[in-house]
Ligand binder design. Structure first.
Ligand code: UD1
Ligand code: MG
Length: 459
């Protein structure tokens, strides 16, 4: 059955009213990327021929986030079955080819793993597999989830679903059932669309329930199979509190992943990671570090407390922080040292280069082995445009230097502390820009005496 094609439909037309947000629910980020992107990424591991995201009218921003997946618009939110039907037209050419399965996932369930989706696909594809497979779970508190009713007559041949009853429509006995519906379905696409076309909305919520296809199929002698997944994966986001819960689960997973890859998190709970954070082997992350999107860290790197990184590439053997900030485009070469209260934006530090204290390096290049003294600032912005600072290799920049870009400093040059550099500095030269120092012998003592006398007179 492996020559069958797969189509994925992601349901994302829910308004998310309880989020109380101007942003569509599925665009709220979890681990630094929209919920929808997590769902699309998990589905993409199954290599579907087509993915269609079902959105509500006026969700242009969701459509943009879904690209290159196509979107279908569900005019009114009339239920999950109605939502899947909205994708019918977009998928018609593929479904017409036959041998196509359709997987329905929810855009607001970002914790659903590719492993579970693969299990569903496998359950559908193995020899003698049922034409439809549902996803179920056993939560501690079954609350208001739909209940999965198994067909006792088929108990011997692997569990088969007789029907799924929504909580609102369930009787007392059905509400005692612990097996809950996660909502996801995989099945032969033509069959699913046929069943969905026959759904009614005579139920407690007046909706076209996707779940009713199970009862319809069973009545036709096509009992569905069932796959179970950990309850955690089914967590959906309906409110900000749900979002925080899902984020916490995602963070736990990401921390486990970087630790499995060989990083030490001294206090894991205090390290926040993005979905795409990559840490190398023997990286040590001290407590309270934030990794925004787009960070890659090499091997044997030490990241001390209170660092904030995003869009940054950190080479092997780097020492970072405490209190360092790497902004997008920061690139630290092997064994570079970046210390406290140093901000780096769109700047490259060469191998072994150091900027250890109180420095801003923006739109800059610092060559290998150079030392940037405390309080150095690249003045990259003139109020209108950004300009680059280029610093060569083995340069020594004295403390409290202002480099007014565009400006360059040649290899091996030395800049005296406190200089404001506006002209290029040639290689191996010394640049000093400061007024000459004057010494007035005994002047401080004379001043002090005068002041003391003045103070006595007034008291
Ligand atoms: C659904 C299941 C329920 C299951 C639960 C698990 C149905 C009828 N019920 O209920 O058995 O226990 O999920 O969480 O399927 N959506 C649309 N258009 C609509 C309605 C929903 O796109 O008209 C989308 C939502 O945005 C969401 C998904 O479908 O992503 C699920 O909808 P939701 O309202 O959360 O379904 P539940 O009532 O939770
Ligand atoms: Mg739900």
């Amino acid at each position: 059955m492996s020559d069958r094609k797969l189509a994925v439909v992601v349901l994302a037309a829910g308004k998310g009213t309880r989020m109380k947000s101007d942003l569509p629910k599925v665009l709220h980020p979890v681990a630094g990327r929209p919920m929808l992107s997590h769902v699309l990424a998990s589905a993409a591991t199954l290599a579907p021929a087509e993915t269609v995201v079902v959105v509500a009218p006026g969700m242009a921003d969701v459509e943009a986030a879904a690209a290159p997946s196509r979107c279908a618009v569900q005019d009114r939110a009339l239920g999950t079955g109605h939502a899947v039907a909205a994708a019918r037209e977009a998928l018609a050419p593929l479904v017409a080819q036959g041998s196509t399965d359709l997987l329905v996932v929810f855009g607001d369930c970002p914790l659903m793993t590719s492993e579970t989706l693969q299990k569903m696909l496998d359950a559908r594809r193995r020899a003698g597999a049922p034409e439809i497979v549902g996803l179920a779970f056993r939560p501690q508190d079954p609350a208001a989830y739909g209940r999965v009713i198994l067909d006792d007559a088929k108990a011997g041949e692997g569990a088969r679903i007789e029907k799924i009853v929504e909580f609102a429509d369930a009787d007392t006995a059905q509400r005692q059932i612990g097996l809950c519906n996660a909502g996801l379905v995989i099945g032969d696409a033509a069959l699913l669309f046929d069943l969905i076309g026959r759904l009614g909305s005579h139920n407690a919520q007046g909706e076209y329930y996707l779940t009713d296809i199970f009862g319809l199929a069973h009545a036709e002698g096509r009992p569905a199979g069932v796959v179970e997944c950990p309850p955690e994966e089914t967590l959906g986001v309906n409110s900000r509190a749900d979002l925080a819960l899902v984020e916490a689960v995602m963070q736990r997973r990401l921390r486990r992943r970087v630790m499995a890859d060989g990083a030490t998190l001294i206090d894991p709970e205090t390290v926040w990671l993005s979905a795409d954070t990559r840490l190398g082997r023997d990286v040590t992350v001290h407590p309270s570090v934030f990794f925004g999107p787009g960070v890659t860290v090499g091997d044997r790197v030490e990241i001390r407390s209170f660092c904030h990184l995003e869009g940054a590439e950190v080479g092997d053997d780097v020492v970072l922080g405490p209190f360092a900030r790497l902004r997008p485009g920061a690139k630290l070469g092997r064994a570079a040292h970046v210390g406290n209260f140093v901000e780096i934006k769109n700047a490259v530090l060469g191998e072994g280069a150091k900027a250890n204290h109180l420095t801003y390096l923006g739109d800059a290049t610092v060559g290998a082995g150079s030392n940037v003294g405390a309080g150095t600032i690249t003045c990259n912005y003139d109020g209108f445009l950004k300009h680059r600072t280029t610093i060569g290799a083995k340069v020594f920049i004295g403390s409290n230097t202002a480099l007014v870009a565009p400006v360059s400093v040649g290899d091996g040059a030395l800049i005296a502390a406190g200089s404001t550099i506006t002209e290029d500095v040639p290689a191996d030269s010394v640049a000093v820009e400061r007024s000459e120092q004057q010494i007035r012998e005994g002047a401080a003592a004379r001043f002090r005496e005068k002041r003391i006398a003045e103070k006595k007179k007034r008291s």
